[in-house]
Design a protein around this ligand. Structure first.
Ligand SMILES: Nc1ncnc2c1ncn2[C@@H]1O[C@H](COP(=O)(O)OP(=O)(O)O)[C@@H](O)[C@H]1O
Ligand SMILES: [Mg+2]
Length: 309
């Protein structure tokens, strides 16, 4: 399938900060793609270059085979976007804001009503935008992005800062959109659940680079057997060396709270070894949990940091 977005060797710096440092990517039509990375990874800079809001220092970006230069008019018609922070005029009603944006695309009242329904804001159509909750504002921003039935939708952190309910409402709107399969979505997020739940393709970004990409299963497949054991010992304050120094497996240890973490690829044979080791050290387990590896674990392995830090 023809790629809808192609990014070739794109660089962008701000006063010595390499915000986007040589990114290549290709996004094909119809799918949902996540740019997953912590704060400062370069996600906003990258999507804003795709949106034509910022210019790359170097490299090339094609949307539907077109560059921004010379094709602004046609590209504006196939792209819908919402920025990381959206400021609206507070003293306009939800319907008035939608009508205003609809007028830019020569769309009428009918489309505004469809959008109000799509993003679940019918009951708020007469409310002032300034009185909306965070979740309602984000749904309005999403509604605006969807007005012109874009072929490509770009959303920058659509659910950051929202409570779990509001986040699920946005997810459900996006999942409905996915079922219709008419729109390609690229969203940025630092929530791995969001990337997992919505997207078929995930690009993990950090420090201006794409570190790894693929489907969720594909990203985690290499370590399919690996399980994460998180445990608490009755030993707060125990220095890291005292436990990790001669451990049979690499152990992450936080002496401030007595919590540790170890990755095992065969729990059946390795757990007994781990328990023997603890007994030998006279350390007592207060608590433990065994779970599957997540994208956050993968990110930590690649960078030494967690997504939320
Ligand atoms: N306009 C700007 N001026 C200076 N530095 C910037 C600017 N925009 C982004 N940066 C820097 O570039 C890096 C990437 O930022 P950004 O693209 O906003 O990341 P993210 O969206 O992943 O949080 C950060 O170090 C940020 O401080
Ligand atoms: Mg950002």
């Amino acid at each position: 399938m023809e790629p809808v977005i192609e990014v070739r060797s794109v660089y962008k710096s701000f006063k010595g900060v390499h915000a986007v440092n040589g990114v290549d990517l290709e996004i094909s039509g119809g799918g949902f793609t996540a740019l997953l990375g912590p704060n400062g990874a370069g996600k906003t800079t990258l999507v804003e270059m795709i949106e034509g809001i910022q210019k790359p220092d170097r490299g090339e970006i094609l949307i539907n085979g077109m560059q921004w230069k010379g094709n602004e008019e046609s590209l504006r018609h196939i792209i819908g976007l919402s920025l990381q922070e959206t400021r609206f005029i507070d003293k306009l009603s939800v319907r008035e804001i939608l009508r205003l944006f609809a007028s830019f695309f020569d769309l009428g009242k009918k489309r505004v009503s469809e959008i109000l329904e799509l993003v679940g804001l019918e009951s708020k159509s007469r409310s002032w935008v300034g009185n909306l909750s965070g979740g309602q504002r984000q749904r309005l921003a999403l509604g605006i992005a969807l007005l012109n039935s874009p072929k490509v939708l770009l959303l920058d952190e659509p659910t950051t800062g929202l409570d779990p309910n509001a986040r699920r409402e946005i997810w459900s709107i996006l999942l409905d959109l996915k079922k219709r399969a008419e729109t390609s979505l690229v969203l940025t997020t630092h929530y791995m659940e969001e990337a997992e739940k919505l997207c078929d393709h995930i690009m993990i970004m950090d420090r201006g680079e794409v570190l790894r990409e693929g489907g969720l299963d594909q990203l985690l497949a290499e370590d399919e057997r690996e399980k994460i054991i998180e445990f608490t010992l009755d030993a707060p304050g125990l220095p890291k060396d005292a436990i990790a120094g001669d451990a049979p497996f690499p152990i992450e240890w936080d002496s401030s709270n007595g919590k540790g973490r170890v990755a095992l690829d065969n729990i059946e044979t390795q757990m007994p070894v781990f328990f023997d080791f603890l007994r030998h050290k006279n350390l007592h387990m207060k608590n433990m949990e065994c779970r599957k590896k997540t994208l956050d674990d993968l990110f930590t392995e690649m960078t030494g940091r967690r997504l939320h830090e």
